[in-house]
Design a protein. Structure first.
Length: 237
């Protein structure tokens, strides 16, 4: 696994299509270190920490979840430090945790080939719940590095959290700009609302978990294309 330095204080790991592993973000404050997302499994998380060590970076003190999906959260039991999520994300995790503990992981394995590949060999699935919860938004000061976590409407899930590293002008979106699993259909109204929210942010680099970093305008163009031939009328929705 490789780490790419995005700005002075922000790094990003590789994403991987085969096992549907998202890139994990890392933000270096003077006092606190923050990761964006926890990984697909404990193995994914530990490989990320090994990459941090190779780069001379300390493990995180905090890990924020962008949404509840397994490839972003099921490595949570292996994270260093505390985890942060919205209350809605915690509710989704609690539900799937109960389902797996009661019925076993077979239904989970059948959801996608990437899951079976991630858990091949050692098929233990461990779902844990976040330590700290917020509603709406949460402000963090990592030490000369302010970060804003905030809920945002999205065509992907109902619990998306965006992570804005303010002075670095970096915005982590998780999968917020994507469609609904497993069809990947993208609701044009939700895509418009997400684009509208992003448009007002002072961000230059946008990071979607399964794509390379991109300029803010490129992301907006992609989102607004979903609403073509014209932007939808959201006044009655």
């Amino acid at each position: 696994m490789n780490l790419r330095r995005i700005t002075e204080r922000v790094w990003l790991s590789d994403f991987e299509k085969e096992r549907d592993r998202p890139g994990i973000g890392y933000v270096l404050g003077d006092r606190w270190k923050l990761c964006v997302d926890a990984g697909h499994s404990g193995m994914h998380t530990m490989e990320f920490y090994a990459a941090l060590k190779d780069a001379g970076l300390p493990p995180p003190d905090l890990t924020v979840l962008t949404h509840w999906h397994w490839d972003h959260t099921f490595g949570m039991h292996a994270v260093h430090g505390m985890t942060i999520a919205s209350t809605t994300t915690a509710d989704h995790l609690r539900q799937i945790k109960n389902e797996i503990e009661q019925d076993g992981p077979e239904h989970f394995f059948q959801m996608d080939e990437s899951i079976r590949l991630e858990y091949a060999g050692t098929r233990d699935v461990v779902v844990t719940l976040p330590d700290l919860l917020f509603e709406g938004e949460m402000q963090l000061d990592l030490g000369n590095c302010p970060v804003r976590l905030f809920r945002c409407e999205s065509p992907h899930t109902d619990d998306c959290t965006l992570v804005h590293v303010l002075r670095e002008k970096v915005l982590f979106l998780g999968d917020a700009a994507g469609g609904v699993f497993p069809t990947w259909e993208k609701d044009p109204v939700m895509a418009f609302r997400l684009a509208h929210a992003i448009e007002g942010l002072d961000a230059e680099i946008c990071i979607r978990s399964h794509y390379p970093p991109e300029a803010k305008q490129a992301l907006l163009d992609d989102l607004y294309a979903t609403t073509s031939p014209k932007k939808p009328d959201t006044s009655k929705t």
